[in-house]
Design a protein around this ligand. Structure first.
Ligand SMILES: Cc1cc2nc3c(=O)[nH]c(=O)nc-3n(C[C@H](O)[C@H](O)[C@H](O)COP(=O)(O)O)c2cc1C
Length: 159
């Protein structure tokens, strides 16, 4: 799967123990009507049970200069409390800590859970969007972070 480039997001939510965030590359737009998104979480992840219980998620799409943010929220050696660098955080909707800096932030409400092998698939309804300063997304590909490259073609179908 290293050949498949993915967007890099940090999903933040309010857990029972402490506010949490996790780096998620499986985020995709699923449906426009209703506006649904989905992402997957490993069943053996330490935050799995808390994540699937949460009612709301703040999903931050990271910018090309935010690889360090992705690494921090993917670090298995940091406790969830230690991941939250205070200068990075502001209070977001639903009282959930949010990243100040992002390309775009989606405020989502959990709607469904599905079994996905060793992952759980989480479907969530989009309830709000907050754009950050104009930039480009960071892309994860071949186990490294990249900026979006040159445009190679226009779309020709007009769809
Ligand atoms: C770019 C990137 C994308 C990731 N995407 C996912 C994902 O979609 N689902 C997932 O369960 N873990 C994903 N991870 C891994 C989690 O961020 C990481 O395993 C987790 O924070 C570590 O917690 P654990 O030790 O409890 O498993 C990703 C990591 C990186 C660096």
């Amino acid at each position: 799967m290293r050949h498949v480039p993915t967007v890099v997001t940090v999903v933040m939510f309010d857990a029972d123990q402490a506010p949490c965030g996790v780096t998620i590359g499986s985020f995709v737009s699923l449906s426009l009507d209703p506006p649904l998104v989905c992402f997957n979480i490993k069943k053996d992840s330490t935050i799995h049970d808390e994540l699937i219980k949460a009612q709301h998620y703040l999903i931050h799409v990271l910018r090309e200069d935010q690889a360090a943010v992705s690494d921090r929220f993917a670090d298995p050696n940091l406790s969830t409390r230690d991941q939250l660098i205070p200068e990075w955080i502001e209070e977001g909707p639903h009282g959930i800590p949010a990243l100040r800096e992002h390309l775009v932030r989606f405020d989502c409400r959990r709607t469904q859970l599905h079994d996905g092998g060793d992952h759980t698939i989480i479907l969530a309804c989009l309830e709000g969007i907050e754009e950050g300063k104009p930039s480009r997304p960071v892309v994860y590909h071949q186990r490294a972070y990249h900026a979006v490259g040159e445009q190679v073609a226009d779309r020709s179908t007009g769809i």
